[in-house]
Design a protein around this ligand. Structure first.
Ligand code: SF4
Length: 329
């Protein structure tokens, strides 16, 4: 469907940012007191409310107001659609306008990321699909650096599915004991090796449906292997970095990794799903830190709606260290 290019005849709906700014301006004028700033919400959340198709009028208004999405349809969830341009904002909302003006279509942002991180790649050390599968299973709840410290000894002794299938988990445990949940992980990698030998001739299958039947292998692990080894992922790998940066860039308003993956799959061409994860993970590890993102030194700061204001966007909720929730349960 071609993009509808309708000249606006009615005022486009104001975004949440705009409404908030206007309300604060009114309150200031009435009282002479500057109201306290509202709690920071994800930039994408404000954006979502701009484009949320709550009513047909709003949908049409958003399109007229500039939220042009692929095929002229406002993107579900309110994120910028593939190839879409950021919405124009009204003159009344300088803050919202500045944020929206910074946004760029995701594909353009990915091009910039490629220029910033030309060497982005999977940082789990491995030699072949089997070792990558094992390393990815081991990487749950720990860092790639920790996994890379453990796997040389593990793979020296058990380099392939055939050798690891013959081991008992108790033999493997000391080799991975520096990693969290090492007993369960040892059991999983021995179990998956046995399944590979029994059902797949010792080879790693190339289909997600087969991979997720292996012990310890979920959709995310399967897509890491499919993407890195064969560039045929069936989704976008969403880890903590991908989650945080997608939110900061306004690509998603969701917090559930499954929903974030669906948003990214809608926004990004399939042939870029695998590099997208590596680019965002590289950026998260080197520039866009969870705490204190380096917006000044970031090559995306002219297109990122969260630039210089990202500390609280995409962060995990603080842990409850008081035990209150446990006591209530
Ligand atoms: S470092 Fe700042 S400007 Fe760069 S992507 Fe993260 S939030 Fe945006």
């Amino acid at each position: 469907m071609p993009t509808t290019n309708v000249r606006a005849t009615t005022k486009p709906p104001r975004s949440a940012i705009e409404n908030g700014a206007a309300a604060r301006a009114q309150a200031t004028a009435a009282s002479g007191v500057t109201p306290a700033p509202k709690p920071t919400a994800p930039r994408g959340a404000a954006k979502a409310r701009v484009a949320k198709p709550g009513a047909a009028k709003a949908k049409a208004g958003a399109a007229k107001g500039g939220a042009v999405a692929k095929g002229g349809v406002v993107a579900k969830g309110g994120v910028v659609a593939k190839g879409g341009a950021p919405p124009k904002a009204g003159a009344a909302a300088k803050a919202g306008a500045a944020r929206h003006a910074r946004m760029a279509p995701p594909v353009e942002t990915l091009d910039r990321l490629r220029a910033i991180h030309p060497d982005a790649h999977c940082e789990l050390d491995h030699d072949g699909p089997f070792q990558l599968l094992v390393a990815t299973v081991l990487s749950a709840q720990t860092t790639d650096v920790n996994v890379n410290k453990a796997t040389p000894r593990l793979f020296a002794r058990f380099p392939d599915a055939a050798t690891l299938a013959r081991a008992e988990p108790q033999e493997v445990e000391p080799l991975v004991s520096t990693l969290g949940f090492f007993r369960q992980k040892a059991k999983s990698i021995v179990g998956l090796s046995r399944r590979l030998v029994e059902d797949f001739d010792g080879e790693v299958p190339r289909r997600l449906d087969d991979l997720v039947t292996l012990p310890g292998v979920g959709r995310k692990t399967a897509n890491v292997v499919l993407g890195v080894v064969w560039n045929t992922p069936e989704g976008v790998v969403v880890d903590t970095h991908v989650q945080r940066i997608s939110q900061r860039l306004g690509w998603t308003t969701n917090t559930d990794p499954v929903k974030i993956e669906q948003d990214l799959m809608r926004l990004i061409p399939k042939d870029q799903w695998d590099p997208t994860s590596h680019l965002l993970i590289f950026h998260g590890r080197r520039v866009c830190f969870a705490r204190k993102p380096n917006c000044e030194g970031c090559g995306l700061n002219t297109v990122c709606p969260s630039a210089f204001d990202a500390e609280n966007v995409g962060r995990k909720p603080k842990r409850d260290r008081t035990g209150a929730s446990r006591r209530e349960a």
